[in-house]
Design a protein around this ligand. Structure first.
Ligand code: P53
Length: 478
């Protein structure tokens, strides 16, 4: 064995989410989730959210890649790559089809028992997200999603049910996937997928967002506390979408502006890790006259339910300026962003910035000093199947090589405590943002297109053998 920079027990693997690959949307007693009422969009064209499942629309998550019936075959391929862990989520609607049901659905519980057994057969550790854009649609219709405090209890009940059931099979958990996406209130997508919220005409979106987010943070804290009681060995983390925001220039106003912009990320991390609502957020609420409801008891729970580690996704960085400058483009979250001239972007406009990963690992670890886990990273790209059936995704290999190199520097040179690395969409799946199949991330190709045509056949890409070797050498040979 080569001497390596990364710890021996480093969790190499891959990441997915139930709704993006399972399919079987109405099988085994599963209820309708928010993902089941979203149509396909594409770059620049948002996914439509329909009022329930309607005739005449194409819903890409309904079948997805049919992992629901093919998971044994797929896990075998993950095992062949040498995965130490596999990150997926539990579809809430398989367990509580409506979200407010009295009793859980045994068939759904059994499905995940079988899935986890299959992983453990190959010594692959399941890493489980409790809520990954999969809220029961019934909770949207009846309660208005997480704008309603009742959703705290529904989430806690769901989490308690699965944590008890799988307490000897699953050790690593995360509560809410990319909980901070909703900070961008300009997109209907983020509030709907995070919190099951459809904004109403004229409502103060930001106030609603903060209220829902706080309820989720309280729910998360309750689950962390409860989880540790169920099994003291559990490691329970949060999950942040970490998109660092750089200042456009050394103009002090730009530097200050980027600092303020980062509050959209830190708020969520600060509550999860420090257990208190940060001073800048309280001031922001006050200045804007937001009335956010929470009790003394909630504050106590936040303190008692701080997370064990920070799971985060890293795909890109952004650039902001306090002024309109050349190359500014409108951005819902910050008014406008600027195209970074020093980095390339993907076909979907995501700026590829490997150094930004090392930067992110540093700022997160400096701020919080608890273990970090990169639970998503990767390149969404169009792949071509050659005449001979091969898929030569050298661009993807290059992306991973560059990011893993920077990740290793953060560990070796900067001393960051890093638990593992799970590239996103290790098998091609439905894009969350656009609903496309052809925004591919996988080491494994799935024969299916944006309209839903294809055999669903699986095929190894060139990156498959490459990643296998990376794991074999614990990241030494890239
Ligand atoms: P897609 C926005 C920004 C960063 C990550 O995204 C994001 C999003 C939402 O689209 O989502 C995460 O599929 C998310 C996954 C998602 C993945 O990144 O839009 O946790 O569910 O698939 C990639 O290319």
């Amino acid at each position: 064995m080569l001497k390596s920079v990364l710890p021996e027990n480093f969790l190499w693997g891959g990441a997915v989410a139930a709704h993006q690959l399972e399919g079987g949307w109405n099988k085994g007693g599963k209820g309708v989730s928010v993902a089941d009422v979203m149509t396909a969009g594409r770059h620049g064209v948002p996914r439509q959210i329909t009022d329930g499942v309607l005739e005449g629309y194409y819903y890409p998550n309904h079948e997805a890649i049919d992992f629901y019936s093919r998971y044994k075959e797929d896990i075998k391929l993950f095992a062949e790559m040498g995965f130490k862990c596999f990150r997926t989520s539990i579809a809430w609607t398989r367990i509580f089809p409506n979200g407010d049901d009295q009793e859980p659905n045994e068939e759904g519980l059994q499905f995940y028992d079988d899935l986890f057994d299959e992983l453990l057969k190959y010594h692959i550790e399941p890493v489980i997200t409790l809520s990954h854009f999969e809220l029961p649609y019934h909770l949207v219709k009846k309660y208005g999603g997480f704008r309603n405090r009742k959703c705290i209890d529904f989430f806690v009940k769901f989490s308690e049910t699965v944590m008890k059931r799988y307490k000897d099979k699953v050790k690593y958990w995360m509560t809410f996937n990319e909980i901070n996406n909703q900070a961008d209130t300009s997109m209907d997508f983020a509030s709907f997928t995070n919190s099951g919220i459809k904004y109403e005409e004229g409502e103060n979106r930001e106030q609603t967002m903060y209220q829902a987010a706080l309820y989720e943070l309280i729910a998360s804290a309750k689950v962390v506390k409860l989880g540790h009681e169920i099994n003291p060995d559990f490691k329970i983390g949060c999950m942040l979408a970490f998109v660092p925001v750089y200042p456009y220039s050394c103009h002090p106003d730009d530097v200050m502006f980027s600092n303020e912009a980062m509050h959209n990320r830190w708020f969520f991390g600060d509550v999860h890790v420090r257990g208190t609502i940060p001073h800048y957020t309280k001031k922001y609420w006050e200045r804007n006259g937001f009335e956010i409801e929470y009790t003394k008891e909630d504050e106590q729970i936040l303190k008692e339910g701080t997370v064990d580690y920070i799971g985060f996704s890293y795909y890109m960085s952004k650039v902001v300026s306090a002024r309109e400058v050349e190359g500014s483009q409108p951005d819902g979250e910050f008014g406008h962003t600027i195209r970074n001239p020093y980095v390339q972007a993907s076909d979907w406009g995501w700026q590829i910035d490997p150094v930004g990963l090392r930067y992110s690992l540093n700022v997160l670890y400096e701020r919080y000093n608890i273990p970090l886990f990169i639970v998503e990273n990767g390149l969404g790209a169009r792949d071509v199947v050659e005449e001979d059936g091969t898929i030569n995704d050298d661009y993807r290999i290059q992306y991973f090589r560059d990011h893993i190199t920077e990740m290793k520097k953060a560990v070796e040179l900067d001393g960051v405590d890093l638990m593992g690395y799970t590239p996103w969409g290790c098998i091609d799946l439905v894009s969350a943002g656009t609903g496309e199949m052809e925004k591919r991330y996988g080491f494994i190709y799935v024969d299916k297109d944006n309209e839903g045509n294809g055999t669903l056949e699986r095929r190894k890409k060139k990156s498959f053998e490459w990643y296998k070797h990376v794991i074999e050498t614990n990241g030494e040979e890239l």
